[in-house]
Design a protein. Structure first.
Length: 221
């Protein structure tokens, strides 16, 4: 008699894959994974303390998303982005996320405590210099707010754009104490949404995104 794999084992494998995907995404965004270098699933798995399989699955997910490419018998390589690519990504995010926050404010959404906790997480992570935690909390915060618009395509598109962004100056800003200010903008955005101030919500979101174009994309030169 053939038995099916246990559900718990399946969920555990996918949980590890998702955790590995989250960490690798953040390393791409912060510049810890750079174009031109070839990264093996085994090496990254060793760094994360997990088996090769979930890391390989995570990297294949990024290949399918067009973020990385597979190098036969060697590993995976990050697909480079030009300055024009990065400008285009920034402009798209402004076009999508700024008016979305304005429309969301007009609905006077009921925002649960989770959003406030995520906002606080970004501040604490910025103070502690924990880039992986900062970017994961930031991702959950913004995609969670976008999900309240009930437009799944919008969430998926912005999520993809976030994964393609390169924030190579992020760690330098953290060391200088300037990333904390960006983290506190999350609380300001929540206040605007809670009060139904659409104009303020759009202004805060635009200011928040402008860090990507100016400070966050700066090199460590």
């Amino acid at each position: 008699m053939t038995t099916n794999p246990s559900t718990s084992a399946t969920l555990q494998r996918f949980s590890l894959r998702d955790q590995a995907l989250s960490v690798i995404r953040q390393q791409v965004v912060t510049g810890d994974i750079v174009p031109g270098e070839i990264y093996s699933a085994a090496t990254i798995a060793s760094q994360l303390g997990v088996s090769n399989s979930p890391v390989r699955e995570a990297m294949l997910t990024l290949v399918n998303q067009g973020v990385m490419e597979a190098v036969r018998n060697r590993g995976f390589r990050l697909i480079p982005l030009s300055d024009k690519d990065l400008r285009d990504i920034y402009e798209l995010r402004v076009m999508l996320e700024v008016p979305a926050m304005g429309r969301l404010a007009q609905t006077r959404p009921t925002l649960d405590q989770h959003f406030s906790e995520l906002a606080s997480d970004t501040v604490v992570s910025a103070v502690n210099g924990d880039m992986v935690r900062y970017l994961e909390a930031d991702r959950q915060f913004h995609l969670g707010l976008l999900a309240l618009t009930d437009n799944k395509r919008l969430v998926d598109i912005v999520g993809d754009l976030r994964d393609r962004t390169r924030l190579v100056g992020l760690r330098t800003l953290s060391d200088a104490g300037r990333l904390e200010h960006s983290g506190r903008e999350h609380h300001t955005l929540l206040a605007a949404l809670n009060s139904g101030d659409a104009e303020r919500a759009e202004a805060v979101m635009l200011q928040h995104l402008q860090h990507i174009q100016s400070d966050w994309n700066a090199t460590d030169s």
